[in-house]
Ligand binder design. Structure first.
Ligand code: DHB
Ligand code: FE
Length: 294
């Protein structure tokens, strides 16, 4: 049976892609952010995921404001990235796992999530940069992907409660999948940031800490805020935390925190990276001790 091995959550600021493409990772501005990644890559090297289920939000590359699904699931064998106007060269995107995508879609519709199915789909910086951070280099990450895009851009947005339930329904599909794949859940975006309007530059370390402290042990705590309260607490783009909440739902009931970094600012964003390992009740194959570090 397929196995969900853990979850990797990260901010997805386009400027991070610029730093990668310029080779600026060791510059003083960037180093505190990039220092999170050797620990993550070490974990990935032993955890050996075959598949990434990626919860992210599209920022206008594949979906524009005229047609914007609340939940969209990629169901293709090939995806591409493209110029989004950030001055980045398109990043390589791993192959898709269309068969698993369809199993996820079947389960979501059975659980009454009326998703949009995308048999062709461009994936933007919110997926491409995190994949390159996890598996750096010129080549696409050595995994197959199932991309799931959540509307965090144009209101009305889905509630945090609905996103957690979406993730849990995805988890059901993954654990029922008869293949042998080792599956990593990813969620990208956040933490607090606001790119425009009167509060441009707004960040909220207290709310970010609340999210990072609770997401693992008590994800329901994050669902007690309405979307409008989350925007208030976290900024208009900080609401990308919805992707993290959905990803947490897909990781399984119990997780242990393996790594955490938080650094302000990267561009306009409070940048965070978190790594969790899924705890399977009674399993002997728990290879790591949780080591949370700031
Ligand atoms: C920034 C952050 C984002 O999440 C994004 O999608 C684009 C830009 C920023 O801080 O610059
Ligand atoms: Fe974003």
């Amino acid at each position: 049976m397929a196995k969900v091995i853990g979850g990797l959550l990260t901010s997805h600021v386009p400027a991070i892609g610029g730093a990668i493409q310029r080779g600026a990772q060791d510059e003083p501005y960037w180093k505190p952010f990039f220092d999170a990644w050797p620990r993550v890559r070490e974990w990935l090297a032993t955890a050996r995921p075959d598949v990434v289920v990626m919860f992210y939000n599209d920022h206008g590359l594949n979906f524009f404001l005229d047609k914007l699904p609340t939940f969209a699931v990629g169901a293709a064998d090939h995806y591409t990235n493209a110029d989004e106007g950030w001055g980045l060269h398109p990043f390589p995107i791993p192959r898709g796992h269309a068969a698993l995508s369809w199993a996820v879609i079947e389960k979501l519709v059975e659980r009454e999530f009326d998703v949009t199915t995308c048999q062709s789909m461009l994936v933007d910086h919110a997926a491409s940069i995190p994949l390159n951070l996890a598996w750096p280099g010129q080549d696409a990450a050595p995994v197959q992907i199932v991309p799931i895009a959540i509307n965090t851009v144009q209101h009305p947005l889905p509630s945090a409660k609905r996103c957690l339930a979406l993730g849990r329904a995805v988890s059901e599909a993954l654990t029922e999948w008869p293949g042998e794949e080792r599956i990593l859940i990813m969620g990208t975006g956040g933490l607090s940031h606001q790119l425009d309007g009167e509060r441009a530059g707004f960040m909220n370390p207290d709310y970010d800490k609340f999210c990072m402290d609770n997401l693992g042990p008590d994800p329901e705590a994050l669902t007690r805020h309405s979307v409008h309260e989350i925007v208030e607490l976290s900024g208009t783009q900080g609401v990308e935390i919805l992707n993290w909440i959905a990803a947490r739902g897909a990781m399984g009931n119990s997780v242990s925190e393996m790594a955490r970094t938080y650094h302000i600012p990267i561009s306009n964003t409070a940048a965070a990276v978190m790594l969790y390992e899924t705890v399977v009740a009674g399993a002997a194959e728990q290879t790591h001790q949780a080591t949370a570090f700031a």
